[in-house]
Design a protein around this ligand. Sequence first.
Ligand code: BGC
Length: 768
Amino acid sequence: MSVQTDAGEEESSESHFFETALAEDGWQASWIGAEEEEPRHPVFFREIRPEKEVLSARLYICGLGLYEARWNGEKIGDEYLTPYCNNYHSWLQYQTYDVTEQMKQAGTLSVELGNGWYNGRYGFIRRPQPYYGDGKKLIAQAVLTYADGSKEVIGTDESWQVSRSNICFSNIYDGEQRDDTLPAAETAGAMSVKPPRGKLTARYSLPVRAWEVLPVRQILHTPAGETVIDVGQNMTGIFRLRVHEPRGTRIRLQFGEILQEGNFYRDNLRSARAEYIYVSDGTARTLEPRFTFYGYRYVKVEGIADLRAEDFSAPVLYSRLPRTGYMTTGNPLVNQLLSNVSWGQKGNFLDVPTDCPQRDERMGWTGDAQVFSGTACYLRDSYPFYVKYLHDMYTEQEALDGAVPDVIPGFGMTSVSAAWGDAACVIPMKLYEMYGDKSILEKQYDSMKAWVEYIYRVDGEDFGWRRRFHYGDWLALDGAEPDGCRGGTEESYIADTQYRHCVLLLTEAAEILGYADDSAKYARLAETLLARIRDEYFTPTGRCAIPTQTGYLLALRDKTAPDESRIVQALQKKLADNGGRLQTGFVGTPLLCPLLTKYGDSEAAFALLLHEEFPGWLYAVKLGATTVWERWNSVDENGRIAENGMNSLNHYAYGAVAEWMYRDVAGIAPISPGFRKALLAPHMHRDLGKVEAKYLSAAGAWESAWEILENGDVEYRCSVPFGCTAELKLPYGGGEYLLEPGVFQRTYTPDVSWGADMKSKKNEEEKQ
Ligand code: BGC
């Protein structure tokens, strides 16, 4: 197949096809289980003999908690951790595999089940039973289409048999244990079991695969006498280890993110054991865990006499997210930061957007998800990933009267918070803005509305919402306790402001979808809320009564201040009084650089970005971070981890700064949703030197690049994709242009002396 443009360009592609999921009544199989739950994981199997010539074969399957399907012992497909993680009470995902090649001949289909999120230890609600799970269960059906057009369906039922594997322990937090010295297990008949509660549904989850495999960077022998593998990058995934130890040898791997005084360390994983234990039967083989994953850079290895680098590798697991954002700058530290942000996404986009991938949490925290969503969409095509998350979110809301629990899937958590549950309104609008597809608003409209209506009810006549518990500006540096979690911005103010913010987003969604009554209704509500906010948090003459960086930023974002210029000045003064340093947490940080830039002080925004000491993004980079940390001070100058209670080194939230870098530094921002029309408005800084960025938008590839030359001139180049238009605004007298598709280039002498009135230069002078 090929297409041609008016300009005679031609692109061709191989033909592709799609096929639909099973019809509603397409399941003929029934759920099966094993006689009794024992630690050794069950393996269900049955022989399949095609009766005639096979034209095509499909396997439809869901196994709980996790499943791995094999044909004659070979893994089917290349996905990990299926059937993935969601609100299992409401729905269960099945996957479809093309098994035509396998099922042309007779063979054995087998399926091993692990515990995973469904049946294993996971989540905050600790109870004897897992929250969703009720045992290991399997449903599967192979559909063979024969050359003569007839079909045969082979589904799970009591004719299947069950044996046991050598995996005798698995869960998400603690890892896996396998003992190859166990005797061969007995075989028994599978039994039919009560179907689980959720509705079997065709998958929403993207495939999780090993998209890259990291080699060993070095093998360390630590002062404490440990053997530790360093893969050179904090990442999320599993491992492959070639073992050849004598029978009965016990091998143990433990995973951690950082060394302390040169020794292996993992106390910040809290109760997560994050290990793999293997007892060898003396056969050389490659080990790979099946039903767990780890967030790690370092692996402590015990039980292997001559560990060799080539025997170990680190498959990196994340959901399918084609890369869309590319950026490099003239500053190596900033480039490393961009790499860290990108690894933050890979590490926390394993089916669910998680807070972190390593400790006993790894949950879909809504607050983290919403602040990072813009960055996620620049870096990678995140649309279908969030579609699943948002779909799941609404299933939780349906059972909670519209409330969005703090984590999705909820795993029994029912607590809610401003800025966290707001993900229900923020993410759909972000997706619409970035991808231009209204259907996400159509799909999520009820969820957005349910969240707003929920707050409305809680708020009532007496400001119930602001009196609730809220996380506030989580981990900000201006809180009462220096190392505490609570920031200094009054939570009630954040709650009221965020509530109105959601109402504004809902109003916009209603307008876009043509729901005139709703848009009028919510516009009125936003007005009422504005009046209330002004009454409570602004003095009659326009001073903001919440005098924190985040307080001012929220006022600017939503234009709640009666007099904006006062707030801009107050923010600048606040920053200056703090030595030009940030104090913001989860709520304020994503707003900081964008709003300073918007209100004309990109210089202050660059100063924050380029600040190399604590607190700031480059502080971690300078200390060797390869991912974004949870706290501004997760690690001190001496490399000591600040605390163990809540301190992850792979937390993507503060990586939200990358959205600003794409939007305002490279200057590629949508004017129309989906980037058919974009604003190219780069911001430049001598210490960054240059930027080269590309964004593969839904409408085509945008490029924007600038460089400050030796003589102070600016060179700018951009390219506008086919069918798109751009408004270009070059700073410092570079001019404004309306651009058609194609490449535009300009070199000019800026009307700024980079030396004299730029703070960066001043700093340099001060240093000399
Ligand atoms: C998580 C956060 C989350 C927070 C709620 C933490 O334990 O790791 O990132 O948003 O709890 O405040």
